[in-house]
Design a protein around this ligand. Structure first.
Ligand code: SF4
Ligand code: SF4
Length: 488
């Protein structure tokens, strides 16, 4: 951060003559226009937040058009994505060989270490208990289900315990959503992560990729297994009391598994600031590794209480709508979740369970309205793949029809990553909501809640002038002793 950025909140407020708009750090609850309006330093980083109900969520879906997402259409899993995956790897190797700043062997090794548990070792994201459980969980899970009532605990108390446990195991944020079957995939490559791990450095024979192929077929061909082993349909049924896979490959989830514990994991600000580089790749890899560790730990905790628990990374269900329903944040122009505390600089994991819990309320805090005016992500996106205009219900190659949002061509985004030889997170870095503690973050927290287009424009200008969002020198990263990320 440059000296130019080091303003105090009070200084900024004086600058804008807005000191009177400062809000107290304690939670307040007021009903206004049909919403509860609250602020909480702990939960919402001090933002003024509207609490919605599931019947009146902060998004619009046209159920006549909407269909559950077909995962193999997604950017990383279609033919385009597969080819780009290997092109990215080739370009990364070239960067390492050429000692390109930010992509040297040092940063690549750092990213590799951070990503060690990224795929959950191929065993985490399963409804089955771990096959190497701790003796404690192994014994406890055989006992009758824990009855919180015996200890004077309500479902709300248990919900708070579970969210506390999620944070103890490593989540930056945790919320609970009632299951919405619309967010589950209608086809799922059950072991893509495992397949990626198994493939390792094996060079696939791309000549075997025909126009009808996708990543799943290629995995199947490469490993000489049937496609059916990697694809399942997900259905909910009242006839089973444990998750199972039918012979036809359908994954059956008991209707009793009604709650999705959704967790957000902050990615390191300093690494992300060095877009595009191996350091940003380390930030993402570390997020994925923590997702696996935390969701596995939380699932084992719940299993030891005698209930079903199914940890999920990006698998089985879309993550962003679950996180919105769980009150972790709002959808943005980039199509990813923006949280009050960390902005879009997060990754998401989930645990589906039948432990009786109380869902949280979806929230809004002005992200969509700010996105309408801002558009910084679309302006600075190196691939120019983010919609610069307004939201629509239109389908796009890697997205779903029937949800009102900004279009983003995931295939072109993935190709941009391949050009760089690394994961690009430029859109996340330039976002004004992606701020460490500092004056813009403080001002944004306070002023976004005021909901005024003219204030949004002022904030945007200040954000531009501050120098935030400009990629920083990766070489400087190793000399910094302090971390800028926000501790939860
Ligand atoms: S990740 Fe990079 S290429 Fe993809 S949308 Fe964001 S800025 Fe654009
Ligand atoms: S950069 Fe601006 S438009 Fe893009 S997600 Fe962030 S606030 Fe929205």
């Amino acid at each position: 951060m440059t000296d130019k950025n080091v303003f105090t909140r009070r200084g900024f407020l004086k600058l804008g003559g807005l000191a009177a708009m400062s809000v107290p750090a304690i939670s307040v609850a007021k009903s206004f226009g049909g919403y509860d309006i609250v602020t909480s330093e702990e939960e919402y980083g001090g933002f003024l937040v509207r609490r919605h109900t599931k019947k009146n969520p902060p998004y619009e879906v046209n159920d006549a058009v909407y269909k559950r997402y077909d995962l193999p259409r997604s950017a990383g899993l279609n033919k385009n994505g597969f080819l780009d995956h290997f092109r990215r790897k080739q370009n990364l190797n070239k960067n390492i060989a050429n000692k390109v700043t930010g992509f040297t062997r040092l940063e690549a090794a750092f990213a590799g270490g951070a990503s060690s548990f990224m795929a959950g070792l191929g065993v985490i994201y399963s409804f089955e208990p771990l096959d190497y459980p701790h003796p404690l969980t192994k014994d406890l899970s055989k006992m009758p289900p824990w009855n919180p009532g015996e200890y004077g605990l309500s479902a709300k108390d248990v919900s708070n315990i579970v969210k506390k446990a999620a944070k103890f195991y490593g989540a930056s944020m945790a919320g609970i959503a009632e299951v919405d079957e619309r967010w589950f995939y209608n086809t799922e490559p059950t072991s893509v992560e495992e397949m990626i791990t198994l493939l390792g450095d094996a060079k696939p024979d791309l000549s075997r990729l025909d126009p009808e192929d996708d990543l799943i077929n290629l995995f199947a061909k490469t490993l000489r297994k049937s496609r059916d082993e990697f694809i399942t349909n997900v259905i909910f049924s009242g006839e089973v009391d444990k998750p199972m896979v039918r012979e036809d490959g359908t994954k059956v989830i008991p209707k009793s598994m009604r709650h999705m514990i959704t967790m957000a994991f902050e990615m390191d600000y300093d690494c992300m600031e060095t877009q595009v580089s191996g350091l940003a790749l380390a930030a993402a890899g570390s997020g994925y590794s923590r997702m696996a560790f935390t969701s596995a730990s939380l699932a084992e905790f719940i299993r030891a209480l005698g209930y079903n628990a199914m940890p999920m990374g990006n698998s089985t269900s879309l993550s962003v709508p679950c996180a919105i329903d769980a009150g972790l944040g709002e959808m943005s122009r980039i199509g990813i979740l923006v949280t009050p505390k960390y902005g879009p600089r997060i990754r998401i994991a989930k645990v589906l369970t039948d432990l009786p819990l109380v869902p949280d309320s979806p929230i809004s805090f002005g992200v969509r309205e700010f996105c309408e005016i801002c558009g910084k992500c679309a302006k600075y996106c190196p691939g120019q793949v983010i919609e610069k205009g307004g939201q629509s219900f239109k389908p796009f190659p890697t997205g779903n029809a029937g949800v009102k949002k900004w279009q983003l061509d995931g295939n072109k985004c993935y190709s941009t990553w391949a050009d760089f030889g690394a994961v690009c997170h430029t859109c996340i870095m330039v976002c004004p909501f992606n701020k460490p503690e500092g004056w813009v973050h403080e001002a944004t927290r306070i002023l976004i809640g005021a909901r005024s287009g003219s204030i949004d424009k002022i904030l945007l200008k200040l954000d531009d002038a501050s120098g935030y969002g400009v990629g920083k020198d990766p070489g400087a990263y190793w000399k910094k002793n302090n971390f800028m990320h926000i501790k939860s």
